[in-house]
Design a protein around this ligand. Structure first.
Ligand code: G6P
Length: 599
C-alpha cells in the first residue's frame, strides 16, 4: 500500500529518494514520484508503473537538491497513472504533498476549491490537501497545514514541501509515519525500511501530531500546537535483514528464515519449564477471547482458537477485523480482544481494536513491527520478533504468529495454576530443526510445482487444526500465482467441492498424523475415485496414502498442535515455486499490498 519517504540533509537527493522508494516497493504500488526543492523551485517527476521505469526517465537526471519527498501510490481514488500519482502540487507549483490514507470528505472540499478557482488535475482525494494548504498559505507552511487538517476528515500520513521553506512538515492520523533522526540529516517514511540504512534512531508520530523537520533538527507538536518531547526509539532490525541476500525473491528468503524466526519468537519465553510473557492483564477476569485479524493473520487466528480453547478452556471466537468493526459486536468487560497483525498497521484490525476498547474490552496485540500503531493502541502485547517481512505473501510472520499464540495459550493455563506439559515445551524448541528438514524438500517441491504449474484450479483439504493451514495454502497460491485455489475442511468436501473434482484437479491433502488421520484417508479415497490428482503431506512413508497419491511430501512428525507450522512450509514452497515457474513477480503480486492501511 502507498509508501512515503522524505529526506532533508546534505546528500545529493535523487539516489536517496529512489533508494528509499525501492525499499517501499514491497508494500505494493502502481505508480511513483518524487519532488525536490532547490533555489526556490520545486522539481518533480512521476511515472506509472515500477520505480525502475521512473529511473529511466531523462527528466530525473536534471533534478538535484537535498530536500525532497517521494511516494509510491497504490490506487484507491482514480486510475493508476501519472496524473493521479504523487507528489501533488498546488496551482503555483510552490507546494507539494505526498499522502497515504483516504480523505473521506474530499468531494465537498474539491467542489469548494474548484469554485474558488483552484485547478485540480487528478481524480484523487489526496490532491485537495495541497490546494487547501495553498489556500491558507500566508508565508507559514506549518500554519497552512494546521488549518488544512482542521478541514479534512479521514485518515492521513502527509509530508509537505514548499519551495519557500527549508523544511518538510509531516502530519499523521490513522496512517503511520516515522521520523528518522540522523546526524545533520532527517528522514521521514511510512515505515522504517527506507530509513534503517541511514539511522537506527526514530520517532513514531502519534495521531494528530505534526512534525517539523529541518537539517539536524526536529520539532513535534500535539493537536493543540504545543511542542512536545517524544522518546527516540532504537530500531533493532539491520539493513541485511531487509535485503534479499542470495535468494531470488524475498518470499523464498523469508521462508528459509523460518527456523531462525521461531527461535527468536521463543527466545527467553520458555524458561525452567515455564512460559515467561510480560502481559499486563488480569486473566481471572477474562471470560471470553475474540481473535481478530485479516488475511494470513486471520488464518493464524483460526489456529489460535484451537490452541486457546485447548489449553485455557476459555471460549474463543475468531472474527475478520473488517466484519467485527461493523457488526455491532456484543462486548463486555470480561472480553479480551486479541489483534493479530504482522505489520501492526492494518486499518481494519486497528479499527476493530479501537471498537473493542470503546466497548470496554481489554485488548492484546500479537504484532511483528515494534512501535507500530496497533502495538501502541493495545493494553498489552506480544511481539513476534520475526524480523522485517518484505514479500507481500506472508510466510515467516505466519509461523511466528502460531508459535506466539501457542505460547500465550500455554501461559493462560499456567496462570490458572495448572501443570504445564514439559514434553510440549521441549517440542516447541525442536520445531526449528523440523522446519529445517521440510526446507530441504524445496527442490522436490519444485518438481511437483513443474508438474502442476499450468493447472487452472487447486483444492486444499485439512481437518482440525490443519483446516486453517489448508486455507493458508490456498491463499498463498492464489496471491502469487493467480491460480484459483480454495481451502476446505476435508469433511466439507462432500457438500460442494467434490463436484469440481476430475482428472484436471490437483488436490492437496494435509494428511499428517492426528487424532483424525483415518478420516482423512477416506476423503483421499473419495478424491481418488473421481480421478483427482492428489498431493499428500504426510509424516512418513504411508503405503496406503501413497497408493492414492500422485505426489507425496514427507515432513517430520510433531505434536498435533504444532503440526500447522511444520505443514504450512511445504504449501508456502509449493506456491512459491509455481508462481516463480510461471514467471510472476513473486514479491509484488498484482493488486496486492503488504500493509493495507486503508479500509
Ligand atoms: C495484506 C497482506 C497479507 C496480510 C494481511 C494482513 O493483505 O498482503 O499478507 O496477511 O494484509 O496484514 P497484517 O499486517 O495485519 O498481518
Amino acid at each position: 500500500m502507498c509508501g512515503i519517504f522524505g529526506y532533508i540533509g546534505n546528500r545529493e537527493i535523487v539516489p536517496v529518494l529512489i533508494g528509499g522508494l525501492k525499499k517501499l516497493e514491497y508494500r505494493g504500488y502502481d505508480s511513483a514520484g518524487i519532488c525536490v526543492s532547490k533555489n526556490g523551485t520545486l522539481q518533480y517527476i512521476k511515472k506509472e508503473g515500477r520505480i525502475s521505469e521512473l529511473e529511466k526517465e531523462e527528466g530525473l537526471k536534471k533534478i538535484s537538491g537535498s530536500i525532497g519527498i517521494a511516494h509510491t501510490r497504490w490506487a484507491t481514488h482514480g486510475k493508476p497513472n501519472e496524473k493521479n500519482s504523487h507528489p501533488h502540487l498546488d496551482c503555483k507549483k510552490e507546494i507539494a504533498i505526498v499522502h497515504n490514507g483516504i480523505i473521506e470528505n474530499y468531494r465537498v472540499l474539491k467542489k469548494l476549491l474548484t469554485d474558488e478557482g483552484h485547478k485540480i488535475l487528478s481524480e484523487t482525494d489526496s490532491e485537495i490537501i495541497v490546494h487547501l494548504i495553498e489556500k491558507f498559505y500566508e508565508g507559514d507552511l506549518e500554519d497552512a497545514l494546521s488549518k488544512t487538517l482542521k478541514l479534512i476528515e479521514g485518515a492521513y500520513g502527509i509530508a509537505v514541501l514548499s519551495s519557500k521553506e527549508e523544511k518538510i512538515i509531516v502530519a499523521k492520523k490513522g496512517s503511520p509515519l516515522v521520523i528518522g533522526v540522523g546526524e545533520k540529516e532527517m528522514f521521514v517514511a511510512s515505515d522504517i525500511s527506507p530509513i534503517v540504512e541511514y539511522t537506527k534512531k526514530v520517532i513514531y508520530l502519534s495521531d494528530d501530531e505534526i512534525g517539523i523537520i529541518s537539517r539536524g533538527k526536529y520539532i513535534i507538536k500535539n493537536r493543540d500546537g504545543k511542542q512536545i518531547e517524544k522518546d527516540l526509539q532504537e530500531i533493532k532490525w539491520s539493513i541485511e535483514s531487509i535485503e534479499k541476500a542470495n535468494f531470488k525473491h524475498f518470499m523464498l528468503k523469508e521462508s528459509f528464515e523460518e527456523p531462525e524466526v521461531i527461535k527468536n519468537t521463543i527466545r527467553g519465553r520458555i524458561k525452567e519449564g515455564k512460559i515467561k510473557l510480560s502481559i499486563n492483564l488480569d486473566f481471572k477476569k477474562i471470560k471470553r477471547i475474540i481473535l481478530t485479524a485479516c488475511g494470513t493473520s486471520w488464518h493464524s487466528a483460526l489456529i489460535g482458537k484451537y490452541l486457546i480453547e485447548e489449553y485455557s478452556k476459555i471460549p474463543c471466537e475468531v472474527d475478520y477485523a473488517s466484519e467485527f468493526r461493523y457488526r455491532n459486536p456484543l462486548i463486555s468487560e470480561g472480553d479480551l480482544i486479541i489483534a493479530i497483525s504482522q505489520s501492526g498497521e492494518t486499518a481494519d484490525t486497528l479499527a476493530a481494536i479501537k471498537e473493542a476498547k470503546e466497548r470496554g474490552a481489554k485488548t492484546l496485540g500479537i504484532v511483528n513491527v515494534v512501535g507500530s500503531t496497533i502495538s501502541r493502541e493495545v493494553d498489552s502485547g506480544i511481539y513476534l520478533h520475526a524480523g522485517p517481512e518484505t514479500g507481500v505473501a506472508s510466510t515467516k510472520a505466519f509461523v511466528s504468529q502460531v508459535i506466539a499464540i501457542l505460547l500465550f495459550s500455554i501461559y493462560l493455563k499456567q496462570e490458572k495454576g495448572e501443570e504445564i506439559d514439559k514434553e510440549l515445551l521441549l517440542e516447541i524448541e525442536n520445531i526449528p530443526d523440523k522446519i529445517e528438514k521440510v526446507l530441504f524438500n524445496s527442490e522436490k517441491i519444485k518438481k511437483i510445482a513443474e508438474k502442476f504449474k499450468d493447472s487452472k484450479n487447486f483444492l486444499y483439504f485439512g481437518r482440525g487444526i490443519n483446516f486453517p493451514v489448508a486455507l493458508e495454502g490456498a491463499l498463498k497460491l492464489k496471491e502469487i500465482s493467480y491460480i484459483h485455489a480454495e481451502g476446505y475442511p476435508a469433511a466439507e468436501m462432500k457438500h460442494g467441492p467434490i463436484a469440481l473434482i476430475d482428472k484436471n484437479m490437483p488436490v492437496v491433502f494435509l494428511a499428517t498424523k492426528s487424532s483424525i488421520s483415518k478420516k482423512i484417508l477416506s476423503n483421499i479415497e473419495e478424491v481418488y475415485a473421481r480421478k483427482g490428482k492428489i498431493i499428500s503431506i504426510v509424516n512418513e512413508k504411508d503405503l496406503e496414502i501413497e497408493k492414492f497419491s500422485e505426489e507425496v511430501i514427507v515432513v517430520p512428525e510433531t505434536l498435533e498442535e504444532l503440526s500447522p507450522v511444520v505443514n504450512v512450509i511445504s504449501l508456502q514452497l509449493l506456491a512459491y515455486h509455481i508462481a516463480n515457474l510461471r514467471g510472476f513477480d513473486v514479491d509484488k503480486p498484482r493488486n496486492l499490498a503488504k500493509s493495507v492501511t486503508v479500509e
